[in-house]
Unconditional design. Sequence first.
Length: 396
Amino acid sequence: MKYAALVQRIAGDGADAWLTHHEARQARERGEDVILLSVGDPDRDTPPQVIERAIERLHAGDTHYTVAAGRHGLRAAIADLHRRRTGQTVSVANVLFLSGAQNALFTASMCLAGPGDEVIALEPLYPTYPATIEVSGARLVRVPAASDNGFRLDTRALEAAITPRTRAIFFATPNNPSGVILSEADMAAIGALARRHSLWIVADEVYAGIAPAGCVPGLAATLPDQVVTIGSLSKSHAMTGWRAGWLVGPPALIAHAESLIMCMLFGLPGFIQEAALAALQQSASAEAAMREFCATRRDLLLAGLADVPGLVCSAPDAGMFMLVDVRGTGLSGYQFMRGLYESERVSVLDGGAFGLGTSGFVRIFFGLDPALLAEACRRIHRFVARRTVGASALTA
């Protein structure tokens, strides 16, 4: 039997990056001694008030159909959070509640570009971006950021990538995996190019709430008709499994996107929406707690790996991940990932999944219990030390 050409596009280039993670997760579920540093799921519980609200609404029978775009009160709360973060005044007409940020990215991609178009994405980029962008039939154009420049934006490379077929620029700030926050100067350059070429800007701000002060430089207020902002409660409120995300953009885009999700979601559970509203009502405290949580563990990881021969850590501006350059060990990111898991049962993610510029890196998630994070560092030490001893013996 035949399948549509679409199935090739949705497979994506980064799918293999998760195989070691899935293997490790299955091993942990069997009760094996495995440490997962390969996925951004913080070792914290969802705030109790959020859980209680969901349970309350379940008991109240809030399990029926809901409006596709999301309930008015929830969308109003998202609009208010967006205004505080970006300075852009929006209403419920600018907001669509979706099943997580990934769903929002997919929806934006399908509505903004199609066959024959090109969409630029800034590297390093999250492994789902290629499939998410190319599912529409558009072609992904990568603009890499060099590791020797701290993975900062190369504005000249971005400008050179724009052609008459370019329709949009996608980026995450803070970036996943580097944790880099695009600066005001970066945003000014992107904004100037977007104005000149009439481009959409899709800003993935999933980690914005745990950036310093709970916000990042952006363009939503200055280019309201061209900017689409993606947000979520997954990271800021430890709600990864709730699938609570959103898209903020011009009302016309929201109308098109609502038509699309009528074919996919037909509305999301009411009790989830009420829990999301409860979460948004305590965003300031939840985000502040998560910022402290991440900062403490980032510092623990930096200290824990500081004296490991051959490793160079890139301290992130924000977020839950750290890129570690492993080229000094003589291994690629993939080889390091596989060797570490096979010998020490610690799973990290191959940096090559995020682009060619990070193929000599691994991404390490640090949102774990400090004792477990310290144990992971000991195992990484042991893995590298054993490799160093083995290499010395071969050359002796």
